[in-house]
Design a protein around this ligand. Sequence first.
Ligand code: NAP
Length: 321
Amino acid sequence: MKTRKLRDIEVSAVGMGCMAFSHGYGKIPSEEYSIEAIRNAYKHGCTFFDTAEVYSPNLSGIGHNELIIGKALEDVRENVVIATKLMLHSVGFGRKVYDEICSHLEGSLDRLRTDYVDIYYLHRMGGVPVEKVAEAMGRLIDDGLIRGWGLSQVDVNVIDAAQSVTPLSAIQNIYSMVERDSEENIIPYCMDHNIGFVPFSPIASGLLSGKITPQTQFERNDDVRNWVPQLSRWNIEGNMPIVEMLRAFADNKNATSAQISLAWMLCKYPNIVPIPGSKNNERIIENLDSAKVELTNEEFERLESELNRCKVYGHRGRGGF
Ligand SMILES: NC(=O)c1ccc[n+]([C@@H]2O[C@H](COP(=O)([O-])OP(=O)(O)OC[C@H]3O[C@@H](n4cnc5c(N)ncnc54)[C@H](OP(=O)(O)O)[C@@H]3O)[C@@H](O)[C@H]2O)c1
């Protein structure tokens, strides 16, 4: 597997989003299946695993996903990069931001069976000024408890304010062929400041795999696809030209649609490391193999211009969870 750098942290060019083993895409697999899938991804060359303290069934409870990752990767800990996230809405009366973050981090370290986190993200901006968070993250780096830090779903002003206090390793925002807001100034800012960009939902929650049709029924319980804007029945129909364009391109290239959607962003920006999510062993490997799909300049330009001609139906941006 090729590698890329998120600031000074080396990771496989494609990472693995582990959320669906606990939350967000309907019924979760057994713990045994999830652990096996994570270990298979590692054996296949993946060294970058994404989780968060809040990834638990229905987002109730804490740490279901981190516990699975801890068990799966304990034996290979020093060979992998683990990114997790904390939610910090406010700081308890009389407490310091550093202490509050430390108590979240301690829980994550325990569940992840490790004594350091490679990239520690603030999951969402809450009521705490980002400069204070950046200062605390700087101390945690000095303490050796985290190697780097990041922000998720933020705009360029927040990134700039944070970066001037403690340099960031990565920004994790939504980004895919149908969610391209970050192209305007966030990804360029990251490139200029040696910050990695980690797109979440890079396959647009499955839309870009070509496996979703207007007739697809999503699960009733804990399934984000019920509210992802591009996946309403009406918008899936509207987005079919993108899906068809991608399918034709993929067929020509002997690849899958999901792989082309990932290869497109890898080709477009050198600082991008997507973290596709799947709870299916074969599709996890398929997605990792997108790192092997090379697009020539001509192919990339054709894909980009065909994409630019398509109207996108539905927009999530930085809203929603
Ligand atoms: N920072 C944040 O706020 C935030 C928010 C959301 C997600 N994330 C992170 O980003 C990761 C990825 O995002 P995501 O899971 O929302 O979206 P995604 O990777 O765009 O899509 C996941 C969906 O696509 C399907 N899929 C994936 N690969 C496929 C393939 N090759 N063929 C057919 N279907 C495929 C999956 O179904 P199957 O499981 O059935 O394969 C699942 O339903 C998460 O795991 C999480 O770590 C972060």
